[in-house]
Design a protein around this ligand. Structure first.
Ligand SMILES: [Zn+2]
Length: 122
């Protein structure tokens, strides 16, 4: 693995832990027993399985970090199987500066522009 890829991987791993902490901290602070149960459930699961449980929760405080967790984990898996840095729409290489900005980036610059336009017009 190249030094650059290794650095991106380190950033993704750190972010993954930080998101895990953020989700746990939120749940610990809630009095609602549903959240306490969710926390217990998560604690028994390996981190890669958290998003599939959290997807059923629409609490904004959980939604954002769990979607981000999913993206970070997808990027880590892509690194493992050698498909990291490939645009999910056109399969071109994603520009290095985009990956430096966000190591979990899934789209190249032109596809990003297309998808943003589409979203703006729909
Ligand atoms: Zn693309």
């Amino acid at each position: 693995m190249s030094i650059r890829l290794n650095q991106l991987r380190t950033r993704l791993l750190a972010e993954q832990l930080q998101l895990q902490q953020q989700i746990s901290d939120f749940l610990v602070a809630q009095a609602n027993p549903d959240y306490q149960q969710l926390l217990l459930k998560l604690q028994q699961l390996p981190l890669p399985r958290w998003p599939e449980v959290l997807v059923h929760w629409h609490t904004p405080e959980l939604r954002a970090p769990s979607q981000r967790l999913e993206a970070v984990q997808a990027a880590l898996i892509q690194m493992e199987i050698g498909l990291y840095g490939i645009c999910c729409d056109c399969e071109a290489r994603i520009e290095n500066e985009r990956l430096d900005k966000d190591p979990a980036e899934q789209r190249c610059k032109s596809c990003e522009r297309l998808s943003t336009n589409k979203a703006a017009h729909s």
